[in-house]
Design a protein around this ligand. Structure first.
Ligand SMILES: Cc1cc2nc3c(=O)[nH]c(=O)nc-3n(C[C@H](O)[C@H](O)[C@H](O)COP(=O)(O)OP(=O)(O)OC[C@H]3O[C@@H](n4cnc5c(N)ncnc54)[C@H](O)[C@@H]3O)c2cc1C
Length: 418
């Protein structure tokens, strides 16, 4: 039996960062990583360039995690984007901000971020045991018994930092959920998020590559409009992608209908008036040309006219009230049936995870099992694209480490448990 103060399960950004900040004052901190080397997913992040975090006020981050941003408030306020940037800059990894606010290492190399983390772990005396997958956590005589294939560790505190289920080749295969359940925690349904969606009988497959800025997408489920979101859209061969779809994908399910408003500034009522105005101004021009002048790509406008049963050569002046109604219906709510979401091999993040109401947001400590912590993607937290997921991993890790470093060893995790 190998004793340690802290066993961190998972050597991704959350696990490594928690370990290096929890180390010190004689604590023996061990990171147990399943794969032959830590941080495999981190190396893939941002297409290998690692979009570390986002620029701007940390308060604006809270709306970037679907319905669960409130849980992250203490973590983000304790260790925000400025702290993260300072951490890496102090360790020789200068950062650069893109015009859209994304923050990257100036070298654009995720490996520089990972190397800084592992070097900081090593400088803090953290032991990283790679190729040592944890298979079980039990509680015995007030300590955690963390069993790997080869060894058993007796830990005063345990941090579960095993990530989600997407890109399983990186080591994130959802094993942490079983560990959490084994210790009495609930896990909400998990699935792929930050992924493209596939559309049944996709009407725009021949328009793949066409993109739109700031269009409104609604989700219809069982005949009810359940969510609405505005963002940039991209037509792909199989369906829809682009930041607006990726960020909204956490809420989309196979079988849903997406309704897209290609003219989001208008309602069906106001668009009738606008359309009449455009026709009055340019009634002798072809209707496709009139639409193209209003931020709608011409090839898309032709598709629209065909779907509405209109001749692409007809002029604005020839549109009847019925023609206008057909056009308006498609322009403000073209219905698209979702056949499926991107697979776990292509989704960037997992929606769902360890239930948040059983974790203290001020410490990341379990409310059920004292001295058990959850950090990073294993939690029911998923952020938008733009660096929000790595920031959440680092911020939750920093908060757990703060609690670990600030608490003396008192009655063990078994206290009060069977
Ligand atoms: C292609 C891609 C690009 C991305 N780009 C970005 C980006 O640019 N910006 C951004 O903010 N986010 C990005 N993300 C998301 C981001 O990478 C994750 O949110 C982040 O890595 C989560 O960190 P984590 O430490 O919680 O989990 P992970 O990084 O998944 O690490 C978990 C670790 O636990 C280990 N593990 C699992 N089970 C066990 C076990 N039983 N025993 C021991 N070890 C175990 C795994 O091997 C893994 O190393 C991207 C994701 C992908 C897939």
């Amino acid at each position: 039996m190998n004793p340690c103060s802290v066993a961190v399960i998972g050597g991704g950004p959350a696990g490594l960062f928690c370990a290096l900040r929890a180390a010190g004052s004689g604590r023996r901190v061990i990171v147990l990583e399943k794969k032959a080397s830590p941080g495999r997913k981190l190396l893939l992040s941002g297409s290998g360039q690692c979009n570390l975090t986002h620029d701007g006020d940390i308060g604006s981050f809270l709306s970037r995690y679907g319905d669960n941003g409130g849980f992250l408030k203490p973590a983000l306020m304790n260790f925000g984007n400025r702290d993260l940037i300072a951490f890496f800059e102090e360790r020789g990894v200068p950062t650069a901000v893109e015009s859209d606010g994304k923050v990257f290492p100036a070298s654009r190399k995720a490996a520089d971020v990972l190397n800084a983390l592992t070097a900081a772990c090593s400088a803090s005396g953290v032991e990283i045991r790679s190729g040592d997958p944890v298979v079980e956590i039990a509680i015995h005589s007030g300590r955690f018994l963390v069993r790997t294939d080869g060894t058993s560790y007796a830990a005063d505190r345990t941090v579960i930092a095993t990530g989600g289920i997407t890109y399983p080749a990186t080591g994130s295969t959802g094993g942490g959920y079983a560990m959490a359940r084994g210790l009495g925690h609930r896990v909400t349904e998990t699935g792929p998020a930050l992924c493209a969606v596939q559309i049944k009988d996709h009407p725009f497959s021949d328009l793949a590559g066409i993109s739109f800025r700031d269009r409104t997408i609604s989700i219809l489920r069982d005949g009810r409009r359940v969510r609405r979101h505005t963002g940039d859209l991209l037509f792909t061969h199989a369906g829809l992608s682009g930041p607006g779809i990726l960020d909204f994908s956490r809420f989309i399910r196979a079988g849903d209908t997406l309704e897209i408003s290609f003219l989001p500034d208008f309602t069906p009522e106001t668009i009738e008036e606008a359309l009449l105005g455009w026709i009055t101004e340019a009634g002798q021009r072809k209707i496709g040309t009139i639409l193209a002048a209003h931020d709608l790509p011409e090839r898309f406008a032709h598709k629209l006219l065909a779907a509405a049963g209109l001749d692409p050569d007809s002029t604005g002046a020839h549109l009847t009230k019925t023609d206008r109604a057909a056009l308006i219906k498609l322009l403000t709510g073209w219905p698209l049936a979702v056949s499926q979401l991107g697979s776990i091999h292509e989704a960037m993040i997992t929606r769902g995870g360890v239930t948040l109401d059983e974790v203290n947001p001020k410490t990341m400590e379990s409310r059920l099992v004292p001295r058990l912590f959850f950090v990073g993607e294993v939690l029911d937290i998923d952020g938008d694209t733009g660096g929000y997921n790595l920031q959440a991993a680092f911020s939750t890790a920093a908060l757990a480490a703060k609690r670990i470093a600030g608490t003396a060893i008192a009655p063990g995790p078994g206290a009060g448990l069977q």
